[in-house]
Write a protein that binds this ligand. Structure first.
Ligand code: SF4
Ligand code: SF4
Length: 246
């Protein structure tokens, strides 16, 4: 059965409570296509105390966006019939403090549009009622804004919205599909932050220019700092510049 989708405004209310006591506990952590944003990967790899490369190799799959050639990173679900998330346990989500934005947002979904002239973002919300989810029965009444605060989604949304600017630049300067080597550069800068740090601070590969090394004159730059500079680096090195081989 298809989920019922109801558009909501930020100050509109909905009734929902998720609890380990619910008969459906963990049912939502199976049979998913869980795409991860760069900030999701950053939070998860830090929480699990892994390098970005280790995390990506162990827990994710990488695909290529049709038409754009951009990397698409998803959680690698179990091969078993239930397609379970690698982080779901009988007691619940074992990465709960670092769970991805879409897990925090559920049962809401968020869409964002960007005004081409002003760059202004407008967000849209919808309530997704899936038949297996029993959280709507006797759920607590709250506004969308209450839910965003309660689930601590705002920082995720801000960091994820940065990617819209990048997609807009991509459409403007580099329409069509990226080549595999261009995609590799984008993947490294957005998702494989520990490698990106090495690239910029040590010139690990040929694609760090001396200007980049100067820009990042701090080998200890935080993952967050790296992710903040990544879109500009991609603009310069992939979208408007001449990419070099990785
Ligand atoms: S299916 Fe709904 S109520 Fe059940 S655990 Fe998942 S989010 Fe919570
Ligand atoms: S990350 Fe956690 S909340 Fe999200 S699907 Fe996996 S187990 Fe469920």
């Amino acid at each position: 059965m298809q989920p019922a989708v109801t558009p909501l405004k930020n100050d509109q209310t909905f009734c929902f409570t998720c609890s380990p006591q619910a008969a459906c506990f963990n049912a939502c952590c199976r049979n998913l296509n869980q795409v991860l944003t760069p900030y999701d990967v950053l939070c998860l790899k830090q929480f699990l105390k892994m390098s970005s490369s280790e995390f990506l190799n162990r827990y994710t799959t990488e695909n290529t966006g049709p038409g754009t050639g951009l990397p698409v990173v998803s959680l690698r679900f179990s091969d078993a019939d239930d397609l379970a998330c690698p982080f779901v346990t009988r007691a619940g989500c074992r990465v709960y403090p670092a769970r991805p934005a879409s897990c925090r947002t559920y049962p809401l979904a968020r869409g964002v549009s960007r005004n081409r002239e002003t760059g202004r973002l407008t967000e849209y919300w919808a309530l997704i009622r899936e038949p297996h989810c029993l959280g709507f029965n006797n759920g607590q009444r709250q506004t969308v804004n209450d839910w965003v605060n309660d689930q601590q989604i705002a920082t995720h949304n801000r960091m994820n919205d940065m990617m819209l600017e990048l997609i807009s630049l991509k459409k403007r300067f580099r329409p069509g599909a990226l080549s595999p080597s261009e995609k590799n550069l984008v993947f490294t800068a957005l998702y494989d932050l520990d490698r990106f740090r090495r690239v910029l601070s040590e010139g690990e590969t040929t694609f760090a220019t001396s200007a980049d090394t100067h820009t990042l004159d701090r080998p200890t730059a935080s993952d967050r700092d790296l992710l903040l500079i990544a879109p500009e680096w991609i603009r310069k090195n992939v979208l408007t510049g001449v990419p070099e081989k990785v």
